[in-house]
Ligand binder design. Structure first.
Ligand SMILES: [Zn+2]
Length: 273
């Protein structure tokens, strides 16, 4: 009898501990995967209808989109993306001289021509893509929004019932409005996952490192990249990316595009000024 009581108590303690640990410090997600997809679709339609975002058309820039899709597919096929088959994983290139990229819940990924042209090589951009895919796949933006808006309001926004809030959310995610700051934990986790994703691709697994290093140099010259408004405290994290790569033991050498008919420089040159 005593043993039964003890084991029930023990089971209860284990259960409570499991419940407490599943929020990984960011709060437990109450939104479902379907809600992520619905909210992402709403935000992507909002961005498409907002004339302040000039999205390059896939039919006008087929080679550029094919190149970026190929890069994204390598990451999606890394075996590390939990919601690979759930989310949209739709990429868009925005024509603007902005050093940024962002992801909505549900996997709508946006990359600015300014960032593509600014980076030196494919691995740097792959590092950014890994970081952004991680924010969507690990559901960081949903957790941040849930904290800010509350579950009820966020659900009504996902259903498209509040257009003004939707515009605000799109601006927050894109970093053009009041920022939706990710937690330090979320940023560090996105960096770690970028390394783990790229470890299973042809790209240098620490691509995010060279990306951050270059952005920090730009910041030092006074032109603060938009990326920093949505991704705070980069300086502390740069060395962590290399440490993670050493821990994983992955390949830090750059992708060999010498035999590719369309390489990173061709990709950059195919985009409008
Ligand atoms: Zn981030």
């Amino acid at each position: 009898m005593r043993n039964i009581k003890l084991s029930v108590l023990l089971g209860l303690i284990i259960g409570i501990t499991a419940m407490m640990s599943c929020g990984d410090g960011d709060g437990v997600v109450l939104f479902t995967i379907e809600d992520d997809k619905a909210l992402g679709l709403q935000v992507s339609e909002q961005i498409a209808s907002d004339t302040s975002f000039t999205i390059l058309s896939e039919t006008e820039y087929p080679e550029a989109y094919a190149y970026l899709q190929g890069m994204t597919n390598q990451i999606l096929n890394s075996g590390e993306i939990v919601h690979k088959d759930d989310f949209a994983w739709k990429i868009h290139i925005i024509h603007d001289d902005v050093l940024n990229a962002f992801a909505t819940p549900g996997g709508y990924i946006y990359v600015y021509t300014g960032l593509i042209k600014y980076l030196d090589k494919a691995d740097d951009l792959a590092g950014v893509m890994g970081h952004e895919l991680a924010h969507a796949d690990r559901r960081h933006s949903v957790k941040a929004m849930q904290r800010e808006y509350g579950i009820q309001l966020l659900l009504s926004i996902a259903l498209g019932e509040d257009a003004s809030q939707l515009a605000q959310i799109a601006a927050q995610i894109a970093g053009t409005g009041a920022t939706l700051a990710f937690s330090r934990d979320a940023e560090a986790e996105a960096d770690d996952y970028s390394v783990e994703y790229l470890a299973n691709t042809e790209y240098a697994c620490n691509g995010a490192y060279t990306f951050f290093k270059k952005l920090i140099e730009a910041d030092a010259t006074g032109s603060t990249p938009t990326f920093f408004s949505t991704h705070p405290d980069p300086k502390d994290r740069v060395e962590d990316i290399n440490a993670k790569a050493d821990e994983v033991g992955c390949d830090k050498s750059a992708i060999d595009e010498s035999s590719a008919s369309f390489d990173y420089v061709d990709f950059q040159n195919s985009l409008p000024e």
